[in-house]
Ligand binder design. Structure first.
Ligand code: UFG
Length: 334
């Protein structure tokens, strides 16, 4: 028996792969290595392929039969909001097409358990302060649209051939569980701040005039290890014989933290003295996005164990263990 992890060499996928291995599961990783690295998956078997290519169905189906796959955890997707606005059709091809190929292969190989990486981006600009899963969803970019369509596709497969699935709607993921699995991309607030500091530049704050207590945007930051752990809880629930009470779950903490608090927190954990550079608003940013976690607490018996302090400490430690270490004793800004 094996778990197939699509996108298992990426930031989140590799954390889940290692956690699965630590509890003794056999893991097969499918990844195109476009952003992931083969060194991150340990002993797992790697099948290097682009699942969005139509030819992938035959290969995936064969892998599922040969490796006796019982469940799929599907991370493989493009995830840059701005890029999705510029290349919408490519996002549909990659995210929707890739998932369609995976689901078709699962049907052919009779694999009926699926955990899917969804996103808080399905909510767009939610009408409530703290967002519940059942609120109306109006994604405001193709990235969020592809994630919502992914949820619909799995619901359709559930009706058609009995797929058992859970979609986890991630809020703002950050931190590292192991230094060698740190987020290699510089696309989100925490790595963007660290990247600027490593260049001797002042980190940027996009917008200080939002209707929030300190004027900067508020997000729900979730530690990568808590997020990874949520996947194991979800996997165990779909593997159990019971009927699922719900299919989609917010994965957050229910707590909000402002951009300024994150930037100040990085100054504290790093010991670096710096002032952020205040800029205008970044288009498309909702002022506040916090997930109601009641459903995942109740149905999956999961809750986040780490807060922002642990997130920032682990991100800083992993950054300093990596190739672009910041010299704390000789730190100066441009
Ligand atoms: N920000 C800054 N300075 C930076 C980088 C970001 O002020 O250098 C701000 C952003 O403007 C935003 C906040 O920090 O207000 C968080 O920005 P991120 O880019 O880290 O994250 P987002 O909340 O924009 O996006 C995240 C995921 C997306 C997902 C979305 C769901 O990265 O994949 O949550 O809402 F779609």
């Amino acid at each position: 028996m094996a778990i197939l992890v699509a996108g298992g060499a990426g930031y989140i996928g590799a954390h889940v792969v290692r956690m699965l291995q630590q509890r003794g599961e056999r893991v097969v990783v499918v990844d195109d290595l476009s952003t992931g690295e083969a060194t991150r998956i340990g002993e797992a078997k790697l099948v290097k392929m682009d699942i969005a290519d139509q030819s992938s169905v035959a290969v995936l189906t064969r892998v599922m039969f040969d490796e006796d796959v019982t469940a799929v955890i599907h991370f493989a997707a493009r995830k840059q909001v701005g890029e999705s606005m510029e290349k919408p059709t490519w996002y549909y091809q990659q995210n929707v097409g890739g998932l369609a190929n995976m689901l078709q292969s699962m049907q052919e190989a009779d694999v009926k358990q699926m955990i899917f990486s969804s996103s808080a981006a399905v909510y767009g600009m939610p009408p409530t302060q703290i967002v519940q899963e059942d609120v109306q969803k109006h994604p405001i970019n193709p990235y969020g649209e592809t994630k919502l369509i992914g949820e619909w596709m799995m619901a359709d497969c559930e009706r058609a051939w009995g797929l058992k699935w859970i979609g986890l709607r991630y809020f703002n993921v950050a931190g590292a569980g192991w230094d060698d699995l740190a987020d290699p991309a510089v696309l989100n607030l925490v790595p963007m701040v660290l990247d600027r500091l490593a260049r001797g530049q002042r980190p940027k704050i996009f917008g200080t005039d939002y209707p929030t207590p300190d004027g900067t945007c508020i997000r729900d930051y979730i530690h990568i290890m808590d997020l990874a752990d949520a996947h194991l809880h979800a996997l165990d629930l779909v593997a159990a014989d019971a009927k699922l009470p719900h299919n989609v779950f917010n994965v957050g903490t229910g707590e909000g933290t402002s951009v300024r608090e994150i930037v100040d927190g990085i100054a504290i954990v790093s010991g670096l003295a710096f002032e952020a550079e205040e800029q205008g608003r970044r288009p498309g940013d909702p002022p506040q996005l916090i997930g109601d976690t009641t459903r995942i607490n109740t149905d999956l018996g999961w809750e986040a164990k780490n807060g922002v302090k642990e997130i920032l400490e682990s991100a800083w430690q992993a950054w300093q263990a990596g190739p672009r270490q910041i010299d704390v004793t000789d730190f100066h800004m441009e």
